[in-house]
Design a protein around this ligand. Structure first.
Ligand code: ADP
Length: 273
């Protein structure tokens, strides 16, 4: 009887081991598939700017066979610089995405005043010639413990989307306020809006609203910006959400916890900007 009981116990162990091995194998297969898909998309995304640059370089080289028109050369080099800048952003976003996926994404937090940080981004953005930007910042100081470069990255991304996906003169408004223990940054545009069924998907890697619904079709982009922006907010224990009505604009809301940890200042990283 004792032998019987031992046998039953052993076969139960064997079954649960077998189940674990199966589970792990299928997890590995899924991870491998996701990695293959990522590589496929990356190669595809990089192929377009690279072949564009090759064509431009060939065009410029051919110019040398004729009498050199400096205006044509200047325009050609400017176009190349433009493609290179876009590709740099794409490569940065691809690196961020892969770091986030493998949990190697590190934040360098400091205590900062979110009001000054927002104002700095707004000043840089308006200096770049975007006149239709308005701001409603009701607080004088909202302290948060954040990686300011990363929070700037989120803001710049939301601003550039608001700009890309609305008409050239449509106003864009940024609002900043504190509500209890939360800081809220809202970016409102009066652009094309996002259909309700797409609103969850725009935060997925590489997702762009399909061309058929006349959304992102004509605009350049990789579909990584919002995925990264949301991950950055989540890593700060915050959130990023959207409210939008198709044809009537969108509001992206970033929420961050305000700093309440008095010891944070004693870590040697205290720095109020
Ligand atoms: P992309 O590089 O395509 O702009 P994002 O991840 O930043 O990638 O955005 C994903 C998609 O969400 C965009 O392709 C666009 O379809 C939609 N989207 C983002 N922001 C807006 C906005 N402010 N108004 C309308 N659609 C937007």
């Amino acid at each position: 009887r004792q032998v019987m009981e031992q046998h039953i116990e052993l076969s139960q162990h064997a079954r649960s081991l077998e189940w674990l091995v199966q589970k792990r194998t299928s997890e590995l297969a899924n991870a491998n598939e996701a990695k293959d898909k990522f590589l496929r998309i990356v190669s595809h995304e990089l192929k377009t700017p690279l072949s564009g640059l090759k064509d431009m370089a060939q065009f410029l080289r051919n110019q040398l066979d004729h009498e050199v028109d400096t205006q044509v050369l200047r325009q050609g080099f400017e176009d190349m610089e433009h493609v290179i800048s876009r590709t740099e952003i794409l490569v940065r976003d691809l690196l961020d995405t892969s770091m986030m996926e493998s949990n190697m994404f590190v934040l360098h937090r400091k205590r900062v005043n979110l009001v000054s940080l927002c104002q700095r981004v707004l000043n840089e953005y308006t200096a770049g010639g975007i006149a239709r930007l308005a701001s409603e910042i009701v607080a004088e100081s909202i302290e948060v413990d954040v990686d300011s470069d990363r929070i700037c990255q989120v803001l710049v991304n939301l601003l550039s989307n608001a700009h890309k996906y609305s008409g050239p003169d449509a106003p864009i408004t940024i609002r900043l306020q504190q509500s209890g223990y939360e800081a809220m940054m809202m970016l409102e545009d009066q652009g094309m809006g996002i259909p309700e069924e797409e609103q969850k998907r725009i935060f997925e890697q590489f997702y762009r609203v399909p061309i058929g619904s006349k959304q992102s079709g004509e605009q350049q982009g990789s579909g990584l910006g919002l995925y990264i922006a949301r991950k950055i907010m989540e890593r700060h224990s915050g959130r990023l959400d959207v409210q939008s009505v198709q044809g009537n604009g969108s509001t992206f809301t970033c929420v961050l916890p305000v700093s309440i940890d008095p010891d944070f200042a004693d870590e040697g990283s205290y720095h109020l900007e």
